[in-house]
Design a protein around this ligand. Structure first.
Ligand SMILES: Cc1cc2nc3c(=O)[nH]c(=O)nc-3n(C[C@H](O)[C@H](O)[C@H](O)COP(=O)(O)OP(=O)(O)OC[C@H]3O[C@@H](n4cnc5c(N)ncnc54)[C@H](O)[C@@H]3O)c2cc1C
Ligand SMILES: NC(=O)c1ccc[n+]([C@@H]2O[C@H](COP(=O)([O-])OP(=O)(O)OC[C@H]3O[C@@H](n4cnc5c(N)ncnc54)[C@H](O)[C@@H]3O)[C@@H](O)[C@H]2O)c1
Length: 460
């Protein structure tokens, strides 16, 4: 698929098919603009989320949860991989036609780089194309960070989050990095039967979470065949025909572990290499991120950036909201800004999922706030039969509330369906609902949401 339409003069070029950029391309085209979207790989129409990020990983996690541990079953894993591939192929094709079917949108498959502030060159499989437009929007996402660890190059038994999705089910796996990617893959492979060890340099697992919440996650990971080693500073990775070995230090003591495969998950770096931003004069920051103002404008007139490439929180829904800010700035009344976001929640899809919004107890205390806490293990919530019905009553539910105003400051929900319930809590925070008002809402039954009635009754 390449350039099958001729559009004489472009108004906007979008570089990279990320969530925000593709949505904005559609909005601008429907508003009458002539738009080109440039994506470097036909396997990436639709961007990271649907091809190598959220959707494929959550599909595998869902299927792993149906297995729930035991001996590795490669055939079952292969069936899950096939289901994932079918789903991502369907979404990729749909994404392609969503833009390509628009009369005034040109889809170009090739790698883009700047020649000057209004012009890019696109290297397709067949040719080099020069494209110019008054407005250029950069939405090239992020890529796995390459750590300064000897032997950490992605080859053979050493993987990043993309390559491991195409590797056979390992009997044993070492995950370097206990962040989102590390925890999700550890939990997933553990439930498919791999013996998993996570090495993280943090003081304890999930060190950004309160100790009681992190302990619950760690306990559920242990149920899933996963061991977490904290304070682990990885120095070297080596591999041969049969295994890979990771050398690391814990409190100055040198240790080694071997496994069939290693996953390196040490963050994602804004994808600005190869864009030749100097030719356009676009300013970047310390991590290579494109520097933008609150309306997503770069320092160069007519050039904007959105999504992971501009630094900030790396979530699909943040990239999507970036598109709302930019659309409002370009076509609307200009009142939206990335600074007006409040209570942005997140979910780490371990099993059961951990979802968070706002302040943790530790953060609230560090800010010197006078707070009340409500906390209960999910299994102890009498009026929440849903997790028991679906067979996983594990987890913890915690609310942090201002002792004087009764405003909800934050929540940590770790239980079945928490990825849904957290959105309701986030909205309650945004509309400034008090904890008492939220506690007394009517919720459906049997649902996971109704735990809120009981847990918020425990505030003290
Ligand atoms: C394994 C994994 C799981 C994740 N799970 C979640 C999750 O559950 N929930 C969540 O919200 N977020 C998740 N994320 C993060 C989320 O995927 C990203 O934050 C989001 O996809 C970023 O979107 P974006 O709009 O910045 O661009 P992307 O979707 O990253 O798109 C950028 C596109 O630009 C293309 N490109 C790059 N350079 C060029 C160039 N020079 N020329 C042409 N094209 C180029 C790339 O090929 C890519 O398709 C996950 C990420 C990973 C890696
Ligand atoms: N469910 C989701 O929303 C989801 C899922 C996956 C990824 N993501 C996004 O992708 C981004 C990247 O995820 P990630 O997990 O790669 O990065 P991350 O920043 O979340 O985690 C990296 C981890 O590696 C550890 N670390 C760093 N250097 C180390 C070293 N040398 N030795 C040992 N440990 C080290 C850090 O302490 C940290 O815990 C996330 O920030 C997130 O925004 C989101």
């Amino acid at each position: 698929m390449g350039t099958d339409k001729a559009i004489d003069k472009l108004d906007t070029i979008v570089i990279g098919w990320g969530k925000g950029g593709k949505t904005l391309a559609g909005v601008l085209a429907r508003a009458g603009e002539k738009v080109a979207i440039v994506e470097q790989s036909a396997q990436m129409y639709g961007g990271t989320c649907i091809n190598i990020g959220c959707v494929p990983t959550k599909t595998l996690i869902h299927d792993a949860e149906q297995v729930g541990g035991g001996e590795p079953d490669p055939q079952r894993f292969e069936r899950a991989v096939q289901r994932r591939d079918d789903l991502t192929a369907m979404l990729r094709a749909k994404n392609y036609s969503m833009l390509n079917d628009l009369e005034s949108t040109l889809v170009i498959t090739g790698h883009a780089s700047f020649i000057d502030p209004k012009t890019i060159v696109v290297r397709t499989e067949q040719e080099e194309l020069e494209l110019s437009a008054e407005r250029i929007i950069i939405n090239t996402g992020a890529q796995p960070a390459i750590p300064k660890i000897e032997g950490a190059q992605i080859t053979g038994r050493v993987h990043d989050s993309t390559s491991i999705q195409h590797a056979p089910l390992p009997a044993s796996l070492i995950v370097v990095g206990g962040g989102y990617v590390g925890v999700e893959f550890a939990s997933m492979f553990g439930q498919f039967g791999s013996k998993v060890t996570v090495l993280d340099r943090g003081q304890r697992a999930l060190s950004k979470e309160d100790a009681d919440v992190a302990a619950e996650v760690q306990s559920c990971l242990e149920d899933a065949n996963v061991t977490i080693l904290s304070h682990a500073q990885v120095n070297e990775i080596s591999q041969d025909d049969s295994s890979a070995t990771v050398s690391f230090e814990v409190d100055g003591e040198r240790q080694q572990l071997s496994a069939e495969a290693v996953l390196v998950a040490l963050g994602r770096t804004p994808a600005t290499d190869g864009l030749n931003l100097q030719a356009a004069g676009v300013q970047t920051g310390e991590r290579g991120e494109i520097v933008v103002d609150e309306f997503l404008a770069t320092n160069v007139e007519g050039i904007y950036a959105l999504g992971d490439v501009r630094g900030g929180q790396q979530f699909t829904y943040v990239s999507l909201d970036d598109h709302r800010v930019l659309a409002n700035h370009l076509l609307g009344d200009g009142t939206r800004s990335i600074r007006d976001r409040e209570a942005v929640p997140y979910t780490i899809f371990c099993t059961p999922p951990l979802s968070r919004v706002g302040l943790s107890e530790d953060q609230a205390r560090a800010e010197g706030r006078d707070i009340k806490i409500a906390v209960k293990k999910a299994a102890a919530v009498a009026a929440m039969p849903r997790p028991k019905i679906v067979g996983d009553p594990r987890g913890i539910i915690k609310f942090v509330v201002d002792a004087h105003s009764d405003q909800i400051l934050g929540a940590a929900l770790m239980h079945v369906d928490s990825q849904e319930v957290i959105n309701l809590v986030a909205m309650a925070i945004r509309v400034k609902m008090t904890a008492t008002q939220l506690k007394d809402q009517i919720f459906t039954h049997p649902s996971s949401t109704e735990a809120i009635n009981e847990v918020l009754g425990e505030l003290r």
